[in-house]
Design a protein around this ligand. Structure first.
Ligand SMILES: [Zn+2]
Length: 446
């Protein structure tokens, strides 16, 4: 692979230890890693990518998604429902999915993320109807070219056992654990620069048993993989935990081994001070999904308090059924706005939210090798053209990324490979996958 020299960027946002921003700087990519960052780097036969008029940042990191849901965007019955009612509307539709639906919807979701600056995404796939498997999404990610952290999700408590999902969408717990072992053994790559890392992710405390939560935690530690689930998403969630388990979600998580630097929880909108302290002490991560929280009316996650306490926080677009967009740079803007609604205009700066969107997400996903433009880190780089209409007239191009735009990258490199060029996907034919997705959505609707 030829070296790539990104040259003459208006600003390179390094996210290094001192958060340096370098004006008129270059970034050299070699063999999948950042080889050098600085002014006036020699090309020495490298392919040169001009970045005048651009801001260069680490690729953004998406810490929570349900890619399959891109096939159920803006479903009428779910548009205005609260979380539990919304799930009940969508479960019967999802029950008709199979491998093709999983593959195509993942391609669409990941391409949308790529176009909005994301180089590393996790996914939480917790239903496997009609022969669908985790590898349907792993294969999709390979075609798009993003670094991918799929998680083997699960639901085991169906309607007949007092759960929320229909019985047809739940699995036996023994089969779940067996498949968790299978996918970790087959696809998890723990090495530095890995393109696929698998996590274990029972859907939520209300859709699996206490036993499965505990068993999944034991298995994850045994295999050296990460744990993920939904936690403390809204008031109903807290009430359910108190009524069913007699404890708040933080306590429930801790009791079952679901805290630690190898665990990250989605939402955490309703964490109280004691739970924030628990997460900070145990280095338990949070995937903050501001648009989803707004969309479902769940509330405002206490991100300011989490960050001040030292809780690792990343951003997540969440599933498209509850966003319904999958635009990660927009999620950064929303995170900033939402903290300000709760705490005032000085609650979160544009630079802090960019840090959460890049370095923060990488830390949450256990990727010390990603999230910063520092020699030796992986070559995951986003180039944002700030010479266009969205940022025209801005005095601070770095802050403009969160405050103005553009809402899309000009170029995106993952592991030193080009995924987006000139605002267009180069790895997949976008019109083909959109066409396939549209046809599948129509079939599900009719
Ligand atoms: Zn979710």
């Amino acid at each position: 692979m030829r070296d790539i020299l990104i040259r003459n960027a208006d600003v390179v946002v390094t996210m290094d230890a001192t958060r340096r921003e370098l004006a008129g700087a270059d970034v050299l990519l070699r063999g999948g890693v950042i080889a050098a960052v600085g002014q006036g780097l020699p090309a020495l036969g490298a392919e040169v990518v001009e970045a005048r008029g651009c801001v260069v940042t680490p690729g953004l990191v998406n810490t929570h998604h349900h890619l399959y849901q891109t096939l159920t965007r803006a479903v009428p019955g779910g548009q205005d429902a609260l979380l539990f009612g919304w799930l009940k509307t969508l479960y019967p539709i999802w029950a008709r999915f199979g491998p093709e639906e999983m593959f195509v919807s993942a391609q669409v979701g990941l391409a949308e993320l790529a176009l909005t600056g994301c180089s590393l995404s996790s996914d939480h796939l917790y239903l496997y109807p009609n022969g669908a498997r985790l590898e349907d999404t792993i294969e999709a990610a390979a075609t798009v070219g993003l670094r991918f952290h799929p998680t083997r999700g699960a639901m085991s408590i169906g309607e007949s056992d007092g759960g929320l999902p229909p019985d047809s969408l739940v699995e036996r717990e023994a089969a779940i654990l067996e498949d968790m072992i299978r996918v970790v053994d087959a696809f998890h790559d723990a090495t530095e620069g890995s393109m696929v890392r698998v996590g274990l992710a029972p859907c939520s405390p209300f859709s699996v048993s206490r036993d499965l939560m505990r068993e999944a935690a034991l298995l994850a530690r045994d295999k050296g993989v990460m744990l993920h689930t939904h936690l403390a998403e809204n008031d109903e969630d807290i009430a359910y935990s108190l009524a069913k388990f007699g404890v708040r979600p933080g306590q429930y998580a801790e009791d079952l081994g679901w805290t630690g630097p190898d665990v990250w929880h989605a939402h955490c909108v309703k964490l109280d001070a004691g739970e924030i302290d628990l997460f900070a002490r145990s280095r338990t991560g949070v995937a903050h999904c501001p648009c989803s929280n707004c969309r479902l009316g769940s509330g405002i996650a206490p991100v300011r308090a989490m960050r001040d306490a030292g809780v690792p926080v990343g951003l997540g677009v969440d599933g498209s059924a509850s966003n319904d967009a999958g635009n990660l740079i927009n999620e950064a803007r929303q995170a900033l706005l939402l903290q300000r609604v709760a705490r005032g205009a000085d609650a979160m700066s544009a630079r802090e939210v960019l840090e959460i969107a890049t370095l923060g997400g990488a830390q949450v996903l256990g990727r010390g090798d990603c999230g910063a433009l520092v020699p030796g880190k992986r070559a995951d780089v986003a180039i944002w053209d700030v010479s266009g209409i969205e940022a025209a007239g801005s005095w601070d191009p770095v802050a403009a990324l969160a405050l103005c735009g553009p809402g899309r990258v000009r170029d995106l490199f993952v592991e030193g490979r080009r995924v987006v060029a000139g605002g267009q996907m180069v790895t997949v034919d976008l019109s083909t996958i959109v066409e396939r997705q549209t046809a599948l959505a129509r079939k599900l609707r009719d």
